[in-house]
Design a protein. Structure first.
Length: 200
């Protein structure tokens, strides 16, 4: 999928959820960024999932979660939801790599590099396709074009402890109800690319 077609598809998916794009408050635009990689650029090899047992040859990294930080959280936000998704993985279904929610914006403004590679009290862990609540990095199959790993940050009116742990991506989005969702205060995101074999 070309970058242009992917961005169009991502925009369509956001509209379907009632997530109408980056929001603004008095301080400026609601944004998500990373010091580990630039939006739309290749992520470093270390963010790929690890292969300690030799049973996952597509996983070529160290499972180091990227640094993430956000700013200008919309007014009325009680908690944040962070979803990491590979739309090209296991086509046509995609792969949910990380589901985190209950992030209190008054206490947490981002995650240090590697901080989300394990369970943390900074967020409520959901359930990824890998069956865990923390970050699981790319395991991109070899011989394909780069996959677009999408990090979506949603500002909500859910209390930080309102949603129970262990929810899948689909179960979390169901909590928003039919679009446009009154629970959504704003949304932002960024895309990191990964390809296997990784360029030397």
């Amino acid at each position: 999928m070309s970058a242009k077609r992917y961005l169009f598809a991502a925009a369509a998916a956001a509209l379907a959820l009632g997530l109408v794009g980056t929001s603004a408050n008095a301080a400026g635009l609601f944004t998500l960024a990373s010091k580990t990689f630039k939006d739309g650029q290749l992520m470093p090899k270390k963010v790929s999932n690890a292969n300690p047992t030799g049973k996952a040859p597509n996983c070529v990294g160290e499972n180091v979660s990227p640094e993430l930080h956000w700013s200008n959280v919309p007014d009325g936000t009680k908690s944040l939801v962070l979803l990491m998704f590979d739309p090209e993985g296991r086509a046509p279904f995609g792969v949910s790599h990380w589901v985190a929610y209950g992030i209190d914006p008054t206490k947490v403004t981002g995650f240090a590099e590697g901080a989300a590679s394990k369970d943390s009290d900074q967020y409520v862990g959901g359930k990824s396709l890998m069956g865990v609540g923390h970050y699981s990095g790319p395991c991109t199959p070899p011989g394909q074009t780069a996959h677009h790993y999408t990090f979506t940050l949603i500002a909500t009116d859910f209390a930080p402890n309102e949603l129970p742990p262990g929810l899948t991506r689909e179960q979390v989005t169901e909590k928003f109800g039919s679009p446009p969702s009154p629970h959504v205060k704003g949304v932002t995101g960024l895309i990191g690319l990964f390809v296997n074999p990784y360029p030397k």
